[in-house]
Design a protein around this ligand. Structure first.
Ligand code: ASP
Ligand code: MG
Length: 409
């Protein structure tokens, strides 16, 4: 019998009323003849609330205890959903990550799934039960509870779907699919019916919040067909699949993403010598700060200017470190800014077309938007611009590439 894994996010299980609605949806699949495994998030706001309780108690709580605390959010919803399904006359069982044998490494708060021993899950399915598993959590080989990082229940769902070779992993959320741009910003954004894993991975890591990027990575690796759809309304949502499975001609650009979580640092007048890039970046990476974009440009008289971007939270720390380094290497000055955004266009169609970048840049220039940093890959172009231009840039690019005319399959 075909098996589907359905994951419901925080707003989809945000109240008892919503949980009862989810119970009905799950049962409707069971009635159609599917085996159903459900993965849940905590009620919306709950994980933040628990985090705030921890912070009020101890400014720097042990990650083990934080995982112990945060994992409780999902235990509430799985138990309630099992009760709701039971109340409608169907058989269900809730399982924690540990009970479902989701084995992770021991990096608390950002654990990675190593293996799932699905025997227990399968036995329950064979007994005709709807199996409901707590997302976002697992346990390490010592039996300690771990969590997978914020938004991690998407990854739980995909991993479970891969392990069970589910025919589809459905991610139910509060939007009805993946759009060409954020519809709150770009009014004529259109819903995509299909998108490739690669494109979705770029969009997710470049700021689109629909799916946790690690879940997309996982789904691509194990070729688990993923579908994002609304738990509030009917519809086909957006299917995320391999490029080969797409039947229509690829549009040039599939979507636009924007991320505010960016800060820029520039070291000006760096003596131009071999090894400078690593001298600048080593102390930054030693401090566990992730560097995103890097640009080195020619400055005056045998010097270069070195620019890179980091996450907003790491800005002050990175600036302090880089100021020390600048003195050591006798650079002229350091400056940085926090009020920037990264706007990106993504599409596998870019591979086979030249001139996309110049079209994008001239469209931005026409609007008077100054580009601070550029980075490109085979299927994406990202620009760093001042935050005040964020929405204008997204709309401009959306219009330039006529994404409002994206055909629906
Ligand atoms: N409850 C967790 C969070 O809010 C995990 C998830 O919802 O995916 O991050
Ligand atoms: Mg989520």
């Amino acid at each position: 019998m075909a098996l589907v894994v359905q994951k419901y996010g925080g707003t989809s299980v945000g109240s008892i009323e919503r949980i009862k609605a989810v119970a009905k949806k799950v049962i409707s699949y069971k009635k159609k003849g599917y085996d159903v495994v459900v993965v849940l998030s905590a009620m919306s706001g709950q994980t933040n609330y628990l985090t705030s309780l921890a912070k009020q108690t101890n400014k720097n709580p042990k990650k083990r205890e934080l995982d112990m605390l945060l994992s409780t959010g999902e235990q509430v919803t799985i138990a309630l959903l099992a009760m709701a399904i039971d109340d409608l006359g169907y058989s269900a069982i809730s399982l924690t990550g540990k009970q479902a044998n989701i084995l992770t490494d021991n990096s608390h708060s950002k654990a990675r799934i190593i293996k799932i021993d699905n025997t227990t899950i399968k036995n329950h399915i064979l007994q005709g039960k709807i199996v409901i598993i707590a997302g976002f959590q697992g346990c390490d080989k010592k039996g300690e509870i771990t969590t997978l990082g914020r938004g991690g229940s998407d990854t739980s769902a995909v991993a479970i779907a891969a392990s069970l070779q589910a025919s589809e992993c459905q991610i139910y959320t509060d939007v009805d699919g993946v759009y060409t741009a954020d519809p709150r910003v770009v009014k004529n954004a259109t819903k995509l019916s299909v998108i490739t894993f690669e494109e979705m991975l770029e969009l997710a890591s470049l700021g689109s919040k629909v799916l946790q990027s690690r879940s997309v990575e996982f789904a691509g690796k194990y070729k688990v067909p993923l579908r994002v759809l609304s738990s509030f309304e009917e519809g086909q949502g957006t299917l995320i699949t391999t490029e080969e499975q797409q039947t229509m001609e690829q549009p040039l650009i599939t979507g636009i993403a924007s991320s505010k979580d960016e800060a820029q640092l520039t070291v000006q007048g760096v003596p131009d010598q071999p090894g400078i890039a690593s001298k600048i970046l080593k102390p930054i990476s030693d401090a566990d700060i992730e560097v995103d974009m890097i640009v080195q440009s020619v400055g005056e008289k045998n010097t270069t200017d070195f620019t890179f971007t980091v996450r907003t939270d790491d800005y002050e720390n990175a600036k302090n470190i880089i100021s020390k380094t600048a003195k050591e290497i006798k650079a002229h000055k350091v400056y940085g800014q926090n009020n920037i955004v990264k706007v990106s266009i993504v599409g596998v169609g870019m591979r086979s077309h030249a001139g996309i970048a110049s079209r994008a840049f001239s469209a931005l220039a026409k609007e008077g938007i100054n580009i601070l940093v550029i980075s490109t890959s085979e299927i994406k172009i990202s620009v760093i611009i001042e935050q005040k231009y964020n929405e204008l840039a997204q709309r401009t690019l959306h219009n330039t590439f006529e994404l409002d005319k994206t055909k629906k399959q």
